[in-house]
Design a protein around this ligand. Structure first.
Ligand SMILES: [Zn+2]
Length: 264
């Protein structure tokens, strides 16, 4: 299988405050859940790179990958015993820090797609504002780890949906960057935070576990645009997107706009 590449757009606002309590309850259960964590490995290509030094100083090296992995598995699969989800057979994840363009990407091993590699740019880490380094590194890792564990409709899901799910987990993990905001636009599958906030709207509107249901559908079905949304949510995605835009326009106070940049 050819490796999938998912460059990250830098850039959120926290999940809705009213859901915080429920989230905390689920987080508590998450800590009890005993997901089988695959082998996690770390490779730093150049210890002398300023980004490597920042990485080692900004995160708890022993904890950051297992914690982020548990968080991702919880958001996508709830618990190992959940009867409606199926954790994929990912056997290992290797985080490789190296000097490269961009932010990060995830790929399957050439030999075995169940072995994943996350490449994270030390040059990018070195460019992050000092007060955001730990949160940004963890947020990027959560995003990339979603790619190690999510389903893709037998390779047919739009990349914008794949990236949206990854940023939805980052959003729900309260690791979104400060400049993210809810916005509608021309396309529901613009990806990243645009699709992430749309998924979050669907999660609230159709109930907790909606994104898990979509992910599970993408495990068992080849993605067909006209079929999945009707099958899972009973509506076409274009209708849902248009209702989302109406909702945003109706309720600007609740659309995540911050700092008076786009609203007041
Ligand atoms: Zn991605």
């Amino acid at each position: 299988m050819s490796p999938a590449v998912h460059p990250i757009a830098p850039g959120g606002v926290p999940a809705a405050a009213e859901e915080e309590e429920e989230e905390q309850e689920e987080d508590a259960k998450d800590k009890e859940a005993d997901f089988k964590i695959p082998k996690l490995r770390l490779e730093i290509r150049d210890l002398a790179h300023p980004g490597s030094v920042i990485f080692l100083r900004s995160v708890d090296i022993a904890d950051v990958l297992p914690s982020a992995t548990r968080r991702v598995l919880h958001h996508l699969y709830r618990s190992p015993s959940c009867p409606t989800t199926t954790v994929p057979p990912t056997r290992s994840v290797t985080l490789i820090l190296r000097d490269m363009d961009g932010v990060a990407y995830t790929t399957g091993s050439d030999l075995d797609n169940d072995h994943k590699e996350i490449h994270l740019s030390t040059r990018y880490i070195a460019s992050v504002r000092p007060d955001r380094q730990g949160t940004e590194i963890t947020g990027v890792l959560v995003h990339e780890l979603v790619h190690c564990f999510q389903y893709n409709g037998q390779g047919r899901a739009p990349s914008g949906l794949i990236e949206g799910v990854a940023d939805w987990v980052r959003l729900r993990s309260r690791l979104s960057p400060p400049h993210w905001k809810r916005q509608a636009g021309e396309r529901w599958d613009a990806g990243y935070q645009t699709t992430a906030y749309f998924l979050d709207y669907l999660e609230v509107r159709f109930g907790r576990g909606t994104v898990r249901r979509l992910n599970e559908y993408l495990r068992t079905h080849r993605y067909v645009h006209e079929e999945m949304w009707e099958a899972v949510l009973g509506r076409g995605v274009e209708d849902l997107w248009s209702e989302y835009a109406d909702w945003l326009a109706r309720d600007p106070h609740d659309n995540g706009l911050q700092d008076g940049q786009d609203g007041n």
